[in-house]
Design a protein around this ligand. Structure first.
Ligand SMILES: Cc1cc2nc3c(=O)[nH]c(=O)nc-3n(C[C@H](O)[C@H](O)[C@H](O)COP(=O)(O)O)c2cc1C
Length: 210
């Protein structure tokens, strides 16, 4: 299957060569993230696309000095909502009503159920829930990039508080949770490029319940 070939080609690039990725490809990768499913359809995150080299340079030292941060073409920062508020929940439910052009009793009851539970919870619990949703979109972006023949490195090795400061995320009610440099692998410099992919066996991963 073509997609599986591309997923076998994909790996977490440890060195990128600075080559630019076309805006058309970047748009399709971001569109895949936008189309990702999320719990209750809330999409509780934003994606910051860093093209500015000086900002990438500022992020690198707070990201374990990983070279992909500055040698990528575009750096995607997935930033989750710091909390679920009534306003944020209502905005997404209202958007659904606007797009579909009608109100539905079941949907409105569901809205009230979320309004009666999420905003009252600990903000940290809400952020963690929102971050999980961001990771789904993050994964969709990685797969879409591979489909485009573009490399990525998923990056959790960074100081989120420092990145939040650099990008002014807290002021917007956002907290960075994961980074995704997008670019092209540097086959000369990357120690990982020719190593075999390591995955546990399907038997160890999957239990079938007949
Ligand atoms: C959420 C997440 C965070 C990761 N953080 C880093 C990172 O900070 N630096 C890095 O070089 N690789 C990072 N990786 C890459 C993983 O080590 C890599 O995906 C894994 O070893 C599987 O190898 P492959 O992706 O090359 O097939 C991360 C991967 C994921 C999914």
């Amino acid at each position: 299957m073509e997609l599986l070939n591309k997923l076998n080609w994909r790996y977490a690039a440890k060195a990128m060569n600075g080559e630019k990725v076309s805006e058309e490809k970047i748009d399709r990768i971001i569109e895949a993230a936008r189309l990702a499913p999320t719990s209750s359809g809330l999409q509780p995150f934003e994606i910051i696309v860093v093209k500015n080299q000086a900002i990438k340079e500022a992020i690198k030292p707070v990201s374990w000095n990983q070279s992909m941060i500055t040698d990528c073409s575009h750096l995607l920062v997935f930033a989750a909502w710091d909390n679920y508020t009534e306003e944020r929940i209502n905005k997404m439910f209202d958007l659904t009503n606007d797009v579909r052009g009608f109100k539905n009793e079941g949907w409105e009851n569901y809205r009230q159920m979320l309004l009666g539970s999420y905003p009252q919870r600990d903000p940290e619990e809400n952020f963690n829930h929102a971050a999980k949703q961001a990771y789904i979109a993050f994964s969709a972006a990685i797969i879409a990039a591979a489909f485009e023949g573009v490399d990525t490195t998923p990056i959790e090795g960074f100081d989120p508080d420092a990145v939040d400061k650099i990008l002014g995320l807290r002021e917007k009610g956002l907290r960075s949770c994961v980074l995704l440099p997008i670019g092209y692998r540097d086959t000369e410099k990357d120690w990982l490029v020719n190593l075999k992919k390591v995955r546990k066996s399907t038997e160890d991963l999957v239990t079938v319940v007949e």
